[in-house]
Each structure stands twice: as C-alpha cells, then as structure tokens.
Ligand binder design. Structure first.
Ligand code: GNR
Ligand code: NI
Length: 167
C-alpha cells in the first residue's frame, strides 16, 4: 500500500481521457487500495485514478463520517440523471479553491466493483455530486471548468501565486 502523489491543476495529465479497465485483476485491486489510502490520507471524499497519474477508469468514494464505507467504481457510467442541484465543491487537485457547481440532483450509475461484478447505484445528495465530480475526472474535466472563464482565470492566477510562495 502507498499514499500516491496527487497531480495539481493545471497539470496536462488531468485533461486526458481515462481508458476502460478490460479485466478487473490484482493490478486493478492494488490501484484501488493505493487510491483508498491516498484519499483517506488527503483527506478527501473521492479520488479518480487520473489524479494519481493512472489512465484507467477507476474511482473510489467514501462520504461516511466514520470513513469506513469505501465504494469502488470501475468503468462507471451515468445512465440516468434528473433534477439539478448546486453544491460548493472542492478538489484535491485544486487545493484551497471552493466554488459552487450546478449538477444533476439524482443519478443512476452502472459500474463494476473490485471483483469485476456489475452493479447499479442510484444516488442523490453529496454522493450524487461526488460521483459526477469523479466521472468528470475520468473524462479529463476538472470542476473549475464548470465555472465562468473569468472565475477560471482568477483561480489559475491564485494557484500560480500559491505555487510561487511554496517554491
Ligand atoms: O474531497 C473532495 N470533496 C468534495 C467536496 C465537494 C464536491 C466534490 C468533492 S470531491 C473531493 C475529492 C476529489 O478531488 N475528488 O476528485
Ligand atoms: Ni476532484
């Protein structure tokens, strides 16, 4: 097990399309374990493999208070979406930035679990927000890309300043 380094926006690798997992084997399960450890250490409520530089369609989420309800989504797709909601989001790849994003209020997803078995999940509230945020990552999209261009350029300027201060 290992805590992996998390890529920071605007890293070009965060904008690549993730590839579907063909066989859920031990290497995928090893990635899931490292991603879970990385998410809990951060701490965050979700993590997509692209954020740790892995091109596969793998997501882990745990929105529980006790941090003991790990959910794994392999090749997740949204098959139904309804309603809209607005939620203040953050991202481990965009540290220190919190902005309101509008998304579907309820989604139905189809995925494989860590044993390669298909499962469906109907989600609402924070879980629905988080699943959409993570599936965006698999499509090379970071949450700030839902914001106005003005907000995006302010965020980029702020991140560049942060980076100068920590160098
Ligand atoms: O830890 C996280 N918190 C969060 C809060 C509101 C909406 C989405 C998220 S996901 C984020 C972790 C992360 O960056 N996942 O990709
Ligand atoms: Ni994120």
């Amino acid at each position: 097990m290992a805590v992996l380094p998390i890529l920071r926006y605007p890293d070009e690798r965060l904008h690549r399309l993730a590839r579907p997992v063909v066989v859920v084997d031990e290497s995928v399960r090893a990635l899931v374990r490292d991603m879970a450890e990385t998410m809990y250490a951060a701490p965050g409520i979700g993590l997509a493999a692209v954020q740790v530089g892995d091109p596969r369609q793998v997501v882990v989420i745990d929105i529980s208070e006790a941090r003991d309800e790990l959910r794994t989504f392999i090749n997740p797709v949204i098959v139904e979406a309804a309603g809209t909601c607005e939620f203040e989001e953050g991202c481990l790849s965009v540290p220190g930035i919190y902005e309101t994003v509008r998304r579907a209020a309820r989604v139905k997803t189809q995925s494989l679990d860590e044993r390669g078995r298909p499962f469906e999940l109907v989600a609402e509230g924070l879980l629905a927000v988080c699943i959409q945020h993570e599936i965006d990552h698999l499509h090379g999209r970071v949450f700030v890309e839902h914001l106005s261009r003005l907000k995006q350029s302010r965020i980029l300027a702020k991140l560049k300043k942060q980076q100068r201060l920590t160098m």
